[in-house]
Design a binder for this molecule. Structure first.
Ligand SMILES: [Fe+2]
Length: 298
């Protein structure tokens, strides 16, 4: 039986039914899932019961898994090994985190519009977030379509942006959300990196903006001017017509294309309700500047 696709909009976000991700997926079903993914950029798979290994096996269809933790595990212990990011509000021992915990302070940055791993030299192609326990109020994940936002720019603006390179740095988004407690090891391992400001998605040829709260400046532009341009572009991308707001159900997997979407988690009462989610992130094939044929700044 073929998979079933229920689009949220004609070309952004879709629910996928009639597939069990815990089982071996047929070649034809996988081809349809990938085709849907390149088209819609956000796919929702309801009613999935997945072990960690099953989630990993599905993710591996899209490329190699990121296995390096962003935070130093010694400073911030996690329930999971390097292949999973813990997107819950739980400590390594499974209790609700403390109000002033390092985990909570760091993850406050996830409420800013961002794309996963653009602060890494080798960024990410996609993330897959699996929810087992969800909260009754709030705690949505919102997605913004950076392809549609690019399409909507005036032609003169598209020309101005072509070939520009932004610097992405995890410290930029975290400073904005009030976290600055990076260890020396984390500072050394997470330097600022270049990313193309406009990129092309190879699977469909669509152009997309590639901005996020990690973006700090534009190479070759005065800092204040670059910062203003980044802020303007983010404000443009997150306009309501480009955004899908996802309300989570238990046992749901959502995957998104980090190359052409931004997302953010919305607030919930994290000292009251348990939200249990784990994320697998798939690496891209190269830095976005290399993919666009742009010279990497020194
Ligand atoms: Fe994220």
């Amino acid at each position: 039986m073929a998979i079933t696709i229920f689009p949220v909009t004609p070309d952004f976000a879709a629910e996928i039914g009639d597939v069990d991700l815990s089982q071996k997926i047929s070649v034809s079903d996988m081809a349809e899932i990938k085709e849907a993914f390149w088209k819609y950029s956000v796919l929702v798979f309801p009613d999935q019961i997945l072990t960690q290994q099953q989630q990993l096996s599905f993710a591996e269809h899209f490329g190699p898994i990121e296995r390096e933790r962003t935070l130093d595990p010694k400073a911030t212990p996690s329930r999971f090994d390097g292949a999973f990011s813990d997107i819950s509000n739980l400590t390594a021992s499974g209790e609700i985190w403390a109000e002033d915990s390092r985990q909570r302070m760091y993850k406050a940055g996830n409420k800013l519009w961002h794309t996963d791993s653009s602060f890494k030299r080798l960024p990410s192609v996609c993330s897959m977030l699996y929810a087992t326990t969800v909260v009754p109020l709030g705690g949505r994940t919102e997605f913004a379509d950076q392809r549609a936002a690019y399409d909507a720019l005036p032609p003169v603006m598209k020309q101005q942006l072509q070939g520009l390179i932004a610097e992405h740095w995890i410290a930029t988004s975290r400073r904005r959300s009030g976290f600055s407690e990076f260890t020396v090891e984390e500072q050394q391992r997470l330097p600022a990196v270049p990313q193309a400001l406009v990129r092309t998605i190879p699977q469909n040829g669509r152009k997309s903006l590639f901005v996020a709260s990690h973006a700090s400046r534009i190479y070759g532009m005065p800092d204040a001017e670059g910062r203003a341009l980044i802020d303007d572009l983010i404000a443009h991308v997150i306009q309501r017509q480009f955004v899908y707001s996802h309300r989570w159900r238990p046992n749901e997997l959502v995957m998104w294309d980090n190359r052409c979407t931004m997302h953010r988690g919305t607030d919930f009462d994290d000292m009251r309700w348990v939200r249990d989610m784990r994320r697998v992130t798939v690496s891209d094939i190269a830095n976005s500047c290399e993919q666009e044929g742009l010279s990497l700044p020194v």
